[in-house]
Design a protein around this ligand. Structure first.
Ligand code: HPA
Length: 275
């Protein structure tokens, strides 16, 4: 018989534990598009391919190897997820649930989410970072639809403090101490994979968004459901469609994420060290 979700989470937890010795990661980090370089900054690291972890995603994009990286960052044990599946690739929330619930099963309490995003504000330029204050789920899906997994959380999850107020304060303080400019704003998730039209970008602004992207919101919802605290930031890679003359593409996203990556890596390392 196929494993239940809980069995997969427990088997993945045990497989990670068996590889990481006595390490006790305090924080899990989901690395967004173009931000995977942080994994190389993790010291004394152990890399565990998703293929060895039951229920983890199978990545299809050539050259993308999904892996969990555990080691030291900012003087504490951390766990990074390198690679994930977006909802423009699949309808299936299962692999993302397995990743996040495995972090919880390992005793981790905090999930740091990162993504590449388009800015709706002319003062938030490509290469800059925006701390996520709150989100708007405009994906047309919710990863918790379907029977509730009572093993992990209750049916109706409050989302009033989805992005943890105390952790947001800590992240902003970290940025100030490190002399990193950290904007703040509301992240609105579209499902993609096409970028938005200029009319959709105008709508997003009217609805109260400061940045748009195609990820992190399902991750946040799954994490809150199982009781993880969530904090995170967007790396701005472009102005939203119609706000500049740029033609958007994935290559453009990756190129510009590299401009914010150094600040991002410093910010996360210093933040982890304060937990
Ligand atoms: N829209 C959606 N997702 C994105 C964008 C954008 O402008 N830039 C990077 N990811």
């Amino acid at each position: 018989m196929a494993n239940t979700h809980k069995q997969n989470v427990e088997a993945s937890r045990d497989a990670i534990r068996a590889k990481i010795g006595g390490a006790k990661p305090k924080i899990a980090i989901i690395l967004g598009s173009g931000l995977g370089g942080l994994a190389e900054k993790i010291e004394n690291s152990v890399t565990i391919p998703y293929a060895d972890l039951p229920g983890f995603p199978t990545l299809t994009v050539a050259g993308h190897v999904g892996a969990v990286v555990v080691g030291r960052l900012g003087g504490v044990d951390v766990l990074a997820f390198k690679g994930r599946k977006h909802f423009y690739e699949t309808d299936d929330a299962y692999p993302l649930k397995t990743m996040i619930r495995t972090a919880k099963a390992l005793g981790i309490e905090t999930l740091f989410l990162s993504n590449a995003a388009g800015s709706l504000r002319d003062f938030m330029l490509p290469g800059s970072l925006m701390m996520i204050l709150d989100h708007i789920n405009y994906m047309g899906i919710n990863p918790l639809v379907g029977p509730n997994d009572d093993d992990f959380g209750s049916r109706f999850s409050p989302m009033s403090d989805a992005w943890d107020p105390a952790l947001r304060d800590k992240l902003m303080q970290t940025a100030q101490d490190e002399d990193i400019t950290l904007h703040e704003g509301v992240y609105m998730a579209f499902r993609g994979p096409s970028f938005e039209t200029p009319a959709e970008i105008r709508m997003a602004r009217t609805m109260g968004a400061d940045a748009v992207g195609m990820s992190s919101v399902p991750d946040c919802i799954i994490a809150r459901h199982c009781g993880l605290r969530v904090v995170g930031c967007s790396c701005i890679t472009n102005l939203g469609a119609g706000l500049s003359d740029e033609v958007l593409s994935h290559e453009h996203t990756l190129e510009n994420a590299a401009r914010g990556a150094a600040d991002f890596e410093r910010l996360v390392a210093s933040f982890a060290g304060r937990l």
